[in-house]
Design a protein around this ligand. Sequence first.
Ligand code: MRU
Length: 344
Amino acid sequence: MHPPQTLYLDNPNSAVVILDQTLLPHTIKYLHLTTISQVWTAIKDLQVRGAPAIGVTAALGLYIHMKTHAANSADPAAFAQEFKSASAYLSTARPTAVNLDWALNQMYICYQANKHSPITEIINSLHQAAQDIQTNDTKICRRIGQHGAALLKHDMGILTHCNAGALAATKYGTALAPIYIAHEQGINLRVYADETRPVLQGARLTAFELHQANIDVTLICDNMAATVMSKGLIDAVFVGCDRVAANGDTANKVGTHGVAILAKHFNIPFYVCAPLSTIDMSTKTGTEIIIEEREPAEITSLWYTSPMAPKGVKVYNPSFDVTTASLITGFITEIGIIKPPFNL
Ligand code: MRU
């Protein structure tokens, strides 16, 4: 069985349709987003999440917004203004994943190339650009999977953190893509999924999608990674990422840095899987990456039947951390395994 589809465009109804990931693993419910504020909220609230999926959703959302705008006004200046402000608004939904801005920029490049055409042609071009971002994501993730699968042999143990699987992209994902491709090739792996506090993307999403795909997955709490590594159960770590700085420092779900430090201690290769679009050459080092901080309630009360912390206690909830480049064995991308300095 395949994981349910993460998102798609319902063009006749001008809707971006997303699987509501906040309800997984127990409820499969699709949301039809028809306004730009619904798209923004779905990204902000993690109903759709994972760097590539956020980018594709934003591109499709911008397209449907401009299509709706064009149906009400044919004025090119108003169109230009609306495109600019809608794109700027979507960009604020989440700060760390560079794919959000990357995808919006792809849409901008398309708009710039077509801005002197009739509005209907601009809309057709934006439609094509958004769909290309979606289609290319699937192709790129499959290539990441093929390059990563070349590292894998029967019965290897792989540790992963958060969810960088099919649910974080249009298909395959990044860190889970090598695992899916190896599975297609008949290579059986043992995957260990960190549950990933506080939002539990590992438990709710990674364990769910691998289990559905009949891949051997074992769920562990985040604080058990050292235990499974010390027992010799882990041969490699594969994680995804939200932004890679030019020097290779890598932002990913909080807890990734700790896993990388452990991997170094136990001499286990630590791979970051990412499309080239996640490498942000304009960010020099990891210290420049903006780390999203989220609601204290994610730590104190989310998932609990009653709060598990004293009322009013101070909470620090950074959603991502930065893994130092020196801890990363290699970056598995669509063009192969690369290391900084990147020649992009
Ligand atoms: O907060 P999330 O769930 O969007 O965080 C997702 C991650 O950290 C993923 O590892 C990353 O986006 C890569 S997804 C291919």
